[in-house]
Design a protein around this ligand. Structure first.
Ligand SMILES: [Zn+2]
Length: 124
């Protein structure tokens, strides 16, 4: 573990609280979207049961894709937050996972789940 992580205990506590808040709101949003997916699935099976050429069909499909897209994005963000919390627990939080340099408090404050320093983030 790099021993030069320039984050104070207060900064770490602040970032950890931000990550936990983010984790909670992502979970709530994911639950909400999962509920919407179930609604669309239900509506879609009703529609095809009534009429195979139901005009609602394409609308439901695009709604499905939209929700699935949002859910994917939320799942990705959620995985990033989890990974950041794991780095916090391991004591490597705040160091770039690519080059090992400090990510910096300002960047972490703006994006607590950031895994890369600004230099590496620009390269990918
Ligand atoms: Zn880096």
């Amino acid at each position: 573990m790099p021993d030069a992580i320039p984050l104070t205990d207060a900064q770490l506590a602040h970032l950890e609280a931000a990550l936990r808040r983010q984790r909670e709101s992502l979970d709530a949003e994911l639950r909400r979207m999962t509920g919407s997916l179930a609604d669309v699935r239900e509506a879609r099976s009703d529609a095809s049961a009534d009429d195979e050429h139901d005009p609602e069909g394409p609308t439901l499909s695009s709604e499905w894709s939209r929700i699935a897209g949002v859910t994917d994005g939320l799942a990705r963000s959620s995985a990033e937050v989890d990974a950041a919390l794991e780095r916090l627990a391991a004591g490597t939080y705040g160091a770039c996972i690519r080059c090992g340099q400090p990510i910096g408090f300002e960047r972490l404050d703006a994006l607590p789940s950031a895994a890369l320093c600004i230099t590496c983030a620009r390269l990918v």
